[in-house]
Write a protein that binds this ligand. Structure first.
Ligand SMILES: Cc1cc2nc3c(=O)[nH]c(=O)nc-3n(C[C@H](O)[C@H](O)[C@H](O)COP(=O)(O)O)c2cc1C
Length: 358
């Protein structure tokens, strides 16, 4: 099956098109340093054509998850080196997913400082803090000069990822985090050059891409978008127009790939949201497309065979099946997914103890 065929991703040779989707597991050190167990977890999944790590904070101000990893200091780089080396030792390839959560946070997670966002519009919903669940804090709108600072933070984080030995990076511009908050009209109410028109709302993303491609060859930089996503209170009044513009402009950058997500929340009451993500948005992109969201071995392979996507990323199936590509190849059964051990904990349970085929 074509899903299991190798492919060229820019200058990288991928052994198959089964990609491990980025997944937050909240099992790093409290200061964001990846652990030996994190290295074991990713190395177990090195059979993927490409692993995309869990979302990783680019700066102190970008934190939103307890025990999620970061990449803004030397200790983070050293921790990630262990992960990267372990994956490479097993013959795998790995990209670091980088993010800034923006308003999807709480001042308790930010040393008492307010979260920052394009505009001072709070997201509806709750976040886990050390003292329980709390409503998202009302964010402070970034000053113009601070936007430049955040772009620099992305660039420094991209350099750190390079220092750690990653094969590339993925910019997380999906799921309602900072890059997504700038794009969407519901979260971006700015009246300067970074708000208003779709061109202005897209400016921050393209300036971040310009910054990180000074560090990495563009063909080692991927980008993740959720144009029909409502997660974390995301939403745009005219996503087909906004994301159509963004994706067509991405064609100019010779990126490693565009990683598109199917909606993870129901969009029945949202006629503005396009249900056919790959048919509508995928078509607009000329380079490599990774498609994600609810795929099986068969539906993923069908999409690749039909030429609509080049690769498929799998999330939950990769949590419970470290050797997923091998299981696809043998058409073997799957381990049962344990919903109670998804996040947190310091031990192997639900993390590195899922059975691997002999
Ligand atoms: C436990 C968990 C953590 C996730 N964390 C992230 C993340 O850090 N970054 C991201 O872009 N998506 C994240 N996602 C979304 C997944 O990458 C993926 O889009 C989703 O699971 C749908 O794919 P699937 O149906 O194959 O599981 C997460 C999903 C799960 C289940």
């Amino acid at each position: 099956m074509k899903l299991l065929n190798n492919m060229q991703l820019g200058s990288l040779d991928l052994k198959n098109r089964v990609i491990m989707a980025p997944m937050t597991r909240m099992r790093s050190m409290p200061d964001g340093v990846p652990t030996d167990l994190n290295a074991t977890y990713y190395a177990q999944r090195a059979g993927a054509g490409l692993i995309i790590t869990e979302a990783t904070a680019i700066s102190k101000g970008s934190l939103g998850y307890i025990n999620a990893p970061s990449i803004y200091n030397a200790d983070h780089v050293d921790g990630w080196k262990k992960v990267v080396n372990a994956v490479h030792a097993e013959g795998g390839k790995v990209f670091l997913q980088m993010f800034h959560v923006g308003r999807i946070s709480h001042h308790d997670l930010l040393g008492g400082s307010e979260p920052v966002a394009p505009s001072s519009v709070p997201a509806r919903g709750e976040v886990h803090t050390l003292s329980g669940k709390k409503s998202y804090s009302t964010p402070r709108a970034l000053e113009l000069s601070e936007i430049t600072d955040v772009i620099t933070e992305f660039k420094i984080a991209a350099q750190h990822a390079k220092d750690a030995g990653f094969d590339g990076i993925e910019l997380h511009a999906a799921n309602g985090y900072l890059l997504n908050q700038f794009i969407d009209s519901t979260s971006n109410r700015r009246t300067d050059n970074y708000g208003g028109s779709k061109e202005n709302r897209g400016r921050f993303l393209f300036e971040v891409i310009d910054a990180v491609t000074k560090v990495w060859d563009s063909n080692r930089v991927g980008i993740r978008l959720s144009p029909s996503g409502l997660l974390h209170d995301a939403g745009d009044s005219n996503p087909r127009d906004t994301y159509g513009y963004i994706i067509e402009k991405l064609n100019d950058y010779n990126l490693a790939y565009l990683h598109l997500m199917n909606p993870t929340l129901p969009i029945d009451n949202h006629p503005e949201m396009e249900p056919d993500v790959i048919g509508f948005y995928g078509k607009l992109y000329k380079g490599n497309v990774i498609m994600n969201g609810g795929f099986t071995r068969e539906t993923g392979n069908d999409l690749v065979e039909s030429g609509q996507a080049d690769m498929i990323s799998y999330g939950k199936l990769f949590i419970s099946n470290p050797d997923l590509p091998k299981r696809f190849e043998l058409n073997a059964g799957y381990n049962e997914f344990d919903p109670n051990s998804i996040y947190g904990g310091s031990g192997a349970e639900g993390y590195t103890d899922y059975p691997i085929l002999e």
